[in-house]
Ligand binder design. Sequence first.
Ligand code: C2E
Ligand code: CA
Ligand code: CA
Ligand code: CA
Length: 281
Amino acid sequence: TKDSGRNNYHFFNEKMHERVQDRLNILSYLYEGLSQRQFELFYQPKIDLESGRVIGAEALIRWHHPTRGLIAPAEFIGVAEQSGLIEEMGSWAMEEACRYCKQCLDLGLVDSGFTMAVNISPVQFARGSITKVVSDALKKSGLDADQLELELTESLLIDNSTSIKRALLQLRRMGVELAIDDFGTGYSNLGYLKAFEVSVLKIDRSFISRILEAEQSRILVEAIIQVASRLNIKVVAEGVENQKMAEALSMLGCDQAQGYYWSRPLNAMKFEKFMRNHQRD
Ligand code: C2E
Ligand code: CA
Ligand code: CA
Ligand code: CA
């Protein structure tokens, strides 16, 4: 069924998170997992609401633990961030996403308007290597910078650190697109959107899931779309699960969307199959 996929993960015991020893256990498994290539990127298509075409994908990391099975990022990103391991994991994900996007281009599955979105942890900025990670991944893969989109947190943009500001501006100068993930959950200060030439706002699923029932959510989403359009910023709705939601968003003037309604995140093989079927429509 459509909804069973979410329960395919074999979660760590929730209590594990609170215990230091267990964090250390997860961490040592994580190190092992990285060196033994247990991580994989899944890709969720992004749809242009007007044309119905696939205009991009978001890369989402998955961990195939040899005995625990498929583990969702919510279970390990926090530990990876706290330990600093996110740097190595993030570099791997960046390289893999660029390589894969270039491969899809070469296979003719996507065109030069397609963008690959990669999630970036604020920790990757704090540690200062993000611009090099991005430029190395682009160079190695041969992918054009404008086909790469970085999904950033709102908190990153209001951070006053000059090194973060410098890195953001440098990424923009390289031609990489910047997207604000989970928009609406944080500070909602619009000034910085212009300052860093943000090109995409992703409205958080918590608002999208309520637009059919809650007037307030609908008003908020509509307001975000209107402001964004004046600032020439694209809006992506995340977590669209049915046709009614897609239609409502389209009516509100939302540009793009992603969600289970079109596709769950897919492994490379299934993503390619999805793209081939989609091209035929
Ligand atoms: P996110 O960036 O907000 O990603 C969207 C999450 O919503 C994904 O969960 C996706 O599978 C899920 N989703 C997509 N469509 C729907 C829908 O229609 N309904 C529902 N209920 N959910 C939907 P996922 O893959 O478990 O990722 C969770 C979070 O982990 C991500 O949230 C992101 O913050 C983080 N993450 C994932 N991959 C990476 C990565 O490579 N690096 C970093 N730093 N963080 C990552
Ligand atoms: Ca994201
Ligand atoms: Ca998001
Ligand atoms: Ca989220």
